[in-house]
Design a protein around this ligand. Sequence first.
Ligand code: T5A
Length: 199
Amino acid sequence: MFVTFEGLDGSGKTTQVELLRKLLEDEGREVVVTREPGGTELGELVREVVLHRDLEIGAWAEAALFAAARSQLVGAVIRPALERGADVLCDRYIDSSLAYQGIARGLGVDPVLELNMQATGGLLPDRTVLLLVDPAGSRRRTGEAWDRIEREDDDFVVQVDRAYRELAELFPSRILAVDGTQAPERLAETIHGQLRQRS
Ligand code: T5A
């Protein structure tokens, strides 16, 4: 099973990935956890460039850099793990590009999806967990050490939030939207139960 986690910055993705990993490992499953951008040497370099360098990066350049990192991650980590029967949990994937670059930056969902389908050989997740927290809650949780994208203004965060809700309506059978303000352990049990029901 290939499961991705999506949501605003600080919505609790990393926390939920780790809790779900434990629940699946307790069932005897092999679980591979990875993140975007990152998860490969190239991906970590892209992460450094896109998030932590003080550079001017145009919207298409940004989308292409995320797609390049994703392409490498799929080929080197995700496909091999899925082929040997492991579960893969990925902290952000294609929907991040659709929400941030496609909708919030205005490049369009279809062209960004097309770029990413080419880059990943058409690999979509079996399920995507969307953690919903309101934009102000996201800002509170991320604190003050913001990366290049987190430094965008509040309006951008509102647009990303709307974008994710729009994607959940566009892809209802894949995207499972959950209330990200619940207590972490309770939320993990809910997600685990929903994934079992749908698998
Ligand atoms: N990006 C990425 C794009 O624009 N396009 C793309 O294609 C891709 C892949 C990546 C940035 O890049 C952009 C989006 C992002 O701006 P990142 O550094 O990977 O950013 O980090 P974020 O996604 O911002 O994730 P964070 O690590 O900041 O947050 P998480 O993982 O969502 O949240 P987590 O689990 O670390 O929790 C944050 C805080 O909240 C608390 C935690 O203890 C922690 O303090 N918390 C909760 N508190 C209350 N209730 C809960 N249920 C909680 N769960 C966690």
